[in-house]
Design a protein around this ligand. Structure first.
Ligand SMILES: Cc1ncc(COP(=O)(O)O)c(C=O)c1O
Length: 391
């Protein structure tokens, strides 16, 4: 029997403005979709370079489907390892400046599988307080002790590293670009601490790959830092699906043998491999794409600041705009939608109570007209929602 407590819990979420619902949309371009018959500007996508609709990415993917079919049909260790997996892994290694890499069926699987393979009971993980849920879940799954350090706080981490010697293996793990706050980890300091305290350093470049660095190698490339484990996803700027871990061949061999999310899950589909491969090649050939992204980001930030909004950070292409309490946050996001712009609210428990925010994410594919529409929607919503915390 389905226990009544489950329904009670749902009702409680609804009462506290915390109930989440799915919206079904039909994309018409990288920057717009149709929702309930209306064209909406998408200001929430992680398709940062708009490559989901790039002709070369689409054509290469079609060719691969014609040749390889749809699903991979088995896990990589059975019969699911395709030559194009190897080709993609070589391309990733190239942009990540690493010896080799391994692809997983998602970024979530890459994080949970990798962390839980590398450390276990008797080991310790030092984890940034605002790390992505997939890192947190990987840490919990590993059964290592987890020591959380304050967000981006190297001094706090250094203090906490005094406990390092009580354990066998140790791992420091962090996002590079934080998906909610859009700020960036101090990678050089983290690398130094990892070396001094004999820890592995793992970074999650989900929001940085394709966007930062001359080759699109992420913040590790732009900051010239080589972590031991360089993880990321194919699902954001690379406009596909899947995750990867780049690093040494020892790391790769270890994960092939020990990462349960790699071993016991069907291989990445040929279509996903093809689109990620094509996206990486398009990024390499077109630095203009990244330039356009930054131009659009600057336009939207300037406009929001002129309207009086408080931008929580300006460090990356992700622009979080403070709204305040949960109810106002939900109302603000609904108002934006009424004005033809989709920008969901991030609220407790994803962020602290009372600090709900809309996360504005424009891409290289947004036009000036799209950006004007976003700014107009913010201006109108500000007039309707009473408690917005302005700058
Ligand atoms: C920082 C970070 N890591 C990992 C993931 C998981 O990646 P994927 O969507 O490919 O499972 C995400 C995506 O939501 C993310 O933002």
């Amino acid at each position: 029997m389905f226990p009544p407590e489950i329904n009670v819990e749902l009702q409680k979420l609804e009462k506290n403005s915390l109930l989440r619902n799915l919206r079904y949309v039909v994309p018409v371009s990288p920057s717009k979709f149709v929702l309930n018959g209306e064209i909406i500007v998408n200001a929430a996508s992680n398709n940062y370079l708009g490559l989901s609709h790039h002709p070369e990415v689409i054509n290469e993917t079609k060719k691969v489907i014609d040749r390889y079919g749809t699903g991979a049909g088995a896990s990589r260790l059975i019969t699911g390892s395709l030559d194009i997996h190897a080709e993609l892994e070589e391309e990733i290694a190239l942009i990540k400046n690493s010896e080799t890499s391994l692809v997983f069926s998602s970024g979530y699987a890459a994080n949970t599988g990798t962390i839980s393979a590398l450390v276990g009971k008797g080991d310790v993980i030092f984890s940034d307080r605002l790390n992505h849920a997939s890192i947190i879940d990987g840490c919990r799954l590993s059964r290592a002790d987890i020591i959380v350090y304050n967000h981006l706080d190297v001094t706090d981490l250094e203090k906490k590293l005094r406990k390092r010697d009580e354990y066998r293996k140790a791992l420091i793990v962090t996002d590079t670009v934080f998906s909610v706050d859009g700020d960036i980890a101090p990678l050089k300091d983290l690398k130094k601490l990892a070396e001094e305290h004999c820890c592995m350093l793992m970074v999650d470049e989900a929001h940085a790959t394709g966007v930062f660095g001359e080759k699109g190698g992420g913040v590790t490339e732009s900051m010239h830092v080589e972590p031991d484990i360089n993880m990321g996803t194919l699902s954001k700027a690379l406009a596909s699906q899947g995750g990867y871990v780049a690093g040494s061949s020892t790391l790769r061999d270890f994960l092939v043998n020990k990462a349960r999310s790699f071993i016991y899950s069907t291989a990445l589909s040929p279509a996903s491999v093809a689109s990620a491969l094509a996206a990486i090649r398009v990024i390499r050939k077109n630095p203009r794409l990244r330039k356009k992204l930054w131009e659009n980001v600057e336009l939207v930030r300037k406009g929001l600041e002129e309207l009086g909004f408080y931008l929580i950070s300006r460090d990356s292409h992700i622009t979080p705009v403070l709204i305040g309490d949960e109810r106002s946050g939900v109302q603000f996001s609904q108002e934006l939608l009424k004005n033809g712009v989709y920008c969901p609210i991030l609220r407790y428990p994803t962020v602290e109570r009372g600090k709900s925010r809309v996360r504005v994410s424009v891409t290289s594919a947004h036009t000036r007209e799209d950006i004007e529409r976003i700014l107009e929607a913010f201006e109108r919503s500000k007039k309707v929602v009473k408690n917005v915390q302005l700058a």
